[in-house]
Design a protein around this ligand. Structure first.
Ligand SMILES: NC(=O)c1ccc[n+]([C@@H]2O[C@H](COP(=O)([O-])OP(=O)(O)OC[C@H]3O[C@@H](n4cnc5c(N)ncnc54)[C@H](O)[C@@H]3O)[C@@H](O)[C@H]2O)c1
Length: 349
């Protein structure tokens, strides 16, 4: 049905901006079928660029970008970035990497390969075609921080052999490689240290706090808090992150930059907020703490504010309500053919 529609030119696309060849960029988004990547692709496409998504669909889904398939500015490549890639591009948003603990712990060796070999491949590509690369790094490079809030100058407190090390150390070495390529080969690099992000198109059951709590509340299951719930997190809505990533790519700033929402909540508060917003009968229960679970996490965003003129704009409740709505629709699906299409506010299809 869809292929037929494509062949007959029936498929409708959001109305993208027209850019002349001087302003239109060829942009590669690795991990573009994932949660953050697909939102970034939406914005880049709407701005009129040519976007190539590269993904191995480990945690990403074609469904996240299917609304662009067939558009003349869009291409989707099934490719694993641990293997080299030869294409012509002007900018690379390098997001490919499993991001939630159960996913990155599922095959730690593969996670390390993705962070190291994958990043080397992207930097090598950038060197060859003189593209600018933005690495999606993470607040996990700070480990279980001893400094609070975390500024970019803080070197971190990471257990190099703990269960999270494949991800944390993988991203740390990915950052190191960015600056080595920058110094030695003059590759233009941008490094975003992303703090917890949430929103529609997050995976169901990926083990992150927001998705866990919302799903448990929607299904009237117990809301599980690991530890006593006094550990804190700060959560940003995905559209704020995407805005920050695009500003960073466009900027002249090449040192690492935190992108996150400084509004801090205890995990227990958070469980309560979600329970209240969803309603229902769920009880909040505590379980034994997770190993190496950071006690406090809050970004200092002075740098992003100063160099990118960026700060998060979406109030937490607005973001959570949109995410609840998305998960509610996901839970209602009973057949593959039923769609749960999340259209950002700026889409007019
Ligand atoms: N979401 C967050 O809260 C958060 C926080 C900090 C950093 N980040 C970073 O942002 C990026 C995107 O995270 P996300 O939340 O969208 O996660 P995600 O799992 O939804 O997206 C990652 C994407 O990368 C793809 N991928 C994984 N390994 C690959 C490989 N070897 N080759 C090709 N594609 C591969 C996956 O299939 C998926 O589409 C990641 O690099 C992550 O480390 C995210």
């Amino acid at each position: 049905m869809k292929i037929r529609d494509l062949e007959q030119g029936k498929k409708k696309y959001p109305d993208v901006k027209f850019l002349t060849y001087k302003d239109r960029k060829r942009i590669l988004v690795t991990g573009g079928a994932g949660f953050v990547g697909s939102h970034l692709v939406d914005r880049l496409m709407m701005e009129g660029h040519e976007v190539t998504v590269v993904d191995n669909f480990f945690t990403g889904r074609k469904r996240n970008v299917e609304h662009w398939i067939g558009h003349e500015n869009f291409e989707l490549l099934h490719h694993d970035i641990v293997n080299p890639l030869y294409i012509e591009v002007d900018e690379i948003y390098h997001l490919a990497c499993p991001a939630s603990p159960p996913n990155y712990m599922y095959n730690p060796i593969k996670t390390i390969k993705t962070s190291t070999l994958g990043t080397i491949n992207m930097l090598g590509l950038a060197k060859r075609v003189r593209a600018r690369v933005l690495l999606a790094s993470t607040s996990e490079v700070y480990g279980d921080p001893e400094q609070h809030p975390q500024t970019e100058d803080y070197w971190g407190h990471v257990n190099p052999i703990g269960p999270r090390a494949c991800y944390d150390e993988g991203k740390r070495v990915a950052e190191t490689m960015c600056y080595a390529y920058n110094k030695q080969e003059n590759v233009e690099v941008r490094v975003a240290r992303i703090f917890n992000t949430f929103g529609p198109r997050m995976h169901m059951n990926d083990g992150r706090v927001v998705s866990n709590f919302i799903l448990q509340a929607l299904q009237n299951e117990s809301i599980t808090v690991y530890g006593d719930g006094t550990q804190t997190r700060s959560f940003q809505y995905v559209s704020d992150l995407v805005d920050g990533l695009m500003r960073l790519m466009a900027s002249n700033y090449s040192l690492p930059i935190n992108l996150g929402n400084p509004e801090e909540h205890t995990i227990m508060d958070f469980a309560q907020i979600i329970k209240n917003l969803v309603g229902g009968e769920s009880r909040i229960v505590t379980k034994k703490p997770m190993q190496d679970d950071p006690q406090r996490r809050r970004p200092d965003i002075t740098r992003a504010n100063k160099y990118l003129n960026w700060e998060p704009k979406v109030p937490m409740m607005v973001g959570i309500n949109k995410t609840i709505e998305y998960f509610r629709n996901e839970l209602r699906r009973s057949r593959h053919s039923e769609r749960n299409f999340h259209a950002p506010d700026y889409f007019q299809v």
